[in-house]
Design a protein around this ligand. Structure first.
Ligand code: NAG
Ligand code: NAG
Length: 329
């Protein structure tokens, strides 16, 4: 009798442990853009939701070609008077939760372009000194050190982005790894980022499967999206690929995927790819309104197992949980 209870209790414990691990892996796998709407909540409250593993601060929208770089964080703060340095606290709060925080450069509106290899070098140095581990008297987001740079390049030159990636990654030699991420559009190859992505230097690539009817969810069919996903996963030498989606039907011109379609027809297919990293959402404001991210379901332990195999940090967490479990027993 006692044995049976022990077995049941053991099963219960094990199930709870698995469930908590799976939940962790889901939020670890959601990347969100923050910074383009003053009514989306600050970084501290965004990260406290526990829904996200990656935050892309959007955007550094003017840079390159000898221009003085400028950030724009909509209603959050006024960068002209150094008013965005207050964001540092939120960045640190997010990082203390294990969330990676990137600066996203580019965006749909802006004035950015690289005119030469040496221009790329200047921009890399600027980013290092003002947002990463270097130093400058005018760091726009204060003294917090970001985890990396996100390339959301949708305009300007089609050249030298690979040089920028190389120069930035060289700074990883100074100690802390600099993550490189990118948000190409789904038509393959991306006209601006194709060459940069081929360097193999990018850790996480969140492909925008929206505003591009030939490769997105449209007319109730997942076919175009799934065949485009297949092309990306078989062609791009990035560590992980993310499915980029609008967080609400009005968050993009087209390509919104109802969350039940995502959970039942898309995730079960793309999660089987070893390159699957998670879902990227545009953007925090719409997710805050719609709750889209909280309805995303990771279908499987397959997902969990993949993290155990590939994500060192999470592997340690799970190892520690197992250890605590065994010791408590
Ligand atoms: C962030 O927002 C929360 C909730 O509105 C608020 O309580 C908090 O003071 C804000 N933090 C900062 C640093 O502005
Ligand atoms: C972008 O910047 C360049 C160089 O500073 C300038 O000539 C051009 O007019 C700007 N374009 C826009 C759309 O602001």
């Amino acid at each position: 009798m006692e044995n049976r209870c022990r077995t049941k209790a053991r099963l219960l414990f094990f199930t709870l442990m698995m469930l908590s691990s799976v939940r962790t892996s889901v939020s670890d796998g959601i990347s969100i853009y923050w910074g383009q709407n003053g009514n989306e909540g600050n970084l501290t409250s965004t990260c406290a939701t526990g829904r996200y593993g990656f935050i892309n601060i959007a955007f550094l929208y003017i840079f390159g070609n000898g221009q003085i770089p400028q950030i724009n964080l909509a209603g959050h703060c006024n960068p002209s008077s150094g008013g965005c340095a207050v964001v540092s606290k939120g960045i640190r709060d997010c990082q203390n939760r294990g969330i990676k925080v990137m600066l996203s450069i580019g965006g749909g509106v802006g004035n950015y372009s690289l005119s030469s290899t040496s221009d790329a070098k200047n921009v890399a140095d600027y980013l290092w000194n003002n947002f990463l581990g270097g130093s400058s008297s005018s760091r726009p987001l204060g003294d917090a050190v970001l985890d990396g740079i996100d390339f959301d390049i949708e305009a300007g030159s089609t050249q030298y982005w690979d040089d920028l990636a190389r120069y930035l990654s060289e700074y990883s030699n100074q100690g802390k790894k600099i993550y490189l991420t990118a948000a190409p559009q789904c038509p393959y190859p991306d006209s601006h980022l194709g060459r940069a992505l081929n360097t193999g230097l990018f850790d996480y690539v969140w492909v925008q499967f929206y505003n591009n009817p030939p490769c997105q969810y449209s007319s109730g069919s997942v076919d175009n999206l799934l065949s485009s996903w297949k092309q990306w996963t078989s062609s791009v030498p990035a560590t992980k690929l993310f499915l980029g989606l609008p967080a609400a039907s009005n968050a993009a011109g087209s390509g919104y995927v109802p969350v039940n379609v995502l959970n039942s027809q898309i995730l079960p297919v793309i999660e089987t790819s070893s390159k699957y990293g998670g879902v990227m959402l545009w953007n925090r404001y719409y997710d805050y309104k719609s709750g889209y991210s909280s309805s995303i379901k990771s279908s499987s332990t397959l997902h969990l197992l993949r993290y155990i195999r590939c994500d060192f940090e999470l592997k340690n967490t799970i190892f520690l949980r197992l250890l605590a479990f065994v010791m408590l027993w």
